[in-house]
Design a protein around this ligand. Structure first.
Ligand SMILES: Nc1ncnc2c1ncn2[C@@H]1O[C@H](COP(=O)(O)OP(=O)(O)OP(=O)(O)O)[C@@H](O)[C@H]1O
Ligand SMILES: [Mg+2]
Length: 291
């Protein structure tokens, strides 16, 4: 199984839309860009001892809060800011690495950090998305050695040593890690992060923006959607508590209310949208109970 699940050369329009898609505090977006640029510029000029920057940013938060999407968008924004230089991007599947056969995980992790990343960051900025990093850098204290083979423990050790190696020897590399389970990530890994940002469900303003954007997208293909726009504030308050993914899915589900609306989403009614939002809340509740 390959550990690199996506690669791209940035800037790239698909990645730009990822950044715009996520409606979050503009101050949070600005912090992410600023920290990323600082990590890339300072590490080129100073030693790790002078400026102990790891070039590691962590996005933490519940499922569906936009972490992976924002991380990909951030990679694009960094490439835009570094004008005149293209940037390499790669996304790593932590599960693939740690589910490798016994004894292999540690080797895979070490190879990633000491070989693959430094090679690709040679003379060129490289953004590495370590998605769902709790599998890669699992908290060693929480691990029972019976339930979790020694191999996993060693993989975490390798990830820590790997992050240190990248910090010192691959100053052009920036690691962006995401996690649903910050408590399951090894504390030593989190302490290496230069910035940890927590993402939550969208605010009222963000919910309105998501709804507006989705209705505009439907409206660009089907007429009739404009009728719904006077209800946006109501939909946004009904959607309070839904994560961004659940809200986008609810709006799509509204279009699937009947075969008629499925063929022509322009015919969706405000009641169908409200009903779909209600169902999304019920679905979330059911998932919580099951979990
Ligand atoms: N704040 C938000 N604004 C707009 N859209 C959002 C927001 N949060 C999530 N979404 C939408 O939800 C979808 C899922 O987002 P994404 O996969 O990035 O979430 P995630 O936090 O990585 O989830 P998971 O932890 O399950 O991997 C995307 O299509 C994204 O556009
Ligand atoms: Mg994700």
């Amino acid at each position: 199984m390959s550990v690199i699940v996506d690669e791209a050369i940035l800037p790239n329009p698909t990645f730009k839309s990822a950044w715009d898609t996520i409606k979050t505090d503009s101050a949070q977006k600005e912090r992410l860009i600023a920290q990323s640029l600082l990590a890339l510029t300072l590490r080129r000029s100073f030693t790790f001892e002078q400026m102990p920057i790891h070039g590691l940013i962590v996005l933490s938060g519940e499922p569906g809060t936009g972490k992976t999407t924002l991380a990909r968008g951030l990679a694009h924004k960094i490439s835009e800011a570094l004008t005149g230089h293209s940037v390499n991007f790669m996304q790593v599947d932590a599960h693939a690495m740690t589910s490798a056969s016994l004894g292999k995980s540690q080797k895979e992790v070490t190879k990633l950090f000491t070989q693959t990343i430094p090679e690709r960051a040679n003379g060129k900025a490289l953004i590495v998305l370590l998605d769902e990093v709790e599998t890669l850098a699992a908290d060693r204290q929480r691990m029972s050695l019976e339930a979790n083979p020694v191999d996993v423990h060693r993989a975490t050790d390798a990830a820590l040593a790997g992050a240190d190696h990248v910090a010192r020897h691959a100053p052009n590399a920036l690691l962006i890690a995401t996690t649903n389970y910050p408590d399951a990530v090894d504390r030593a890994f989190l302490s290496r992060a230069d910035l940890i940002e927590t993402m939550g469900p969208p605010t009222a303003e963000a919910r309105k923006a998501i709804i507006q954007e989705t209705l505009d997208l439907f409206g660009s293909k089907w007429s009739g959607i404009d009728r719904l726009k006077s209800h946006i504030s109501r939909f946004a308050s009904e959607a309070e508590g839904l994560d961004g993914r659940a809200l986008r899915k609810a709006l799509i589900a509204a279009a699937a209310s009947t075969p008629t609306t499925a063929m022509n989403p322009g015919k969706m009614t405000a009641e169908q949208v409200s009903h779909a939002i209600k169902r999304a809340h019920a679905g979330r509740q059911a998932k919580k109970v099951a979990a």
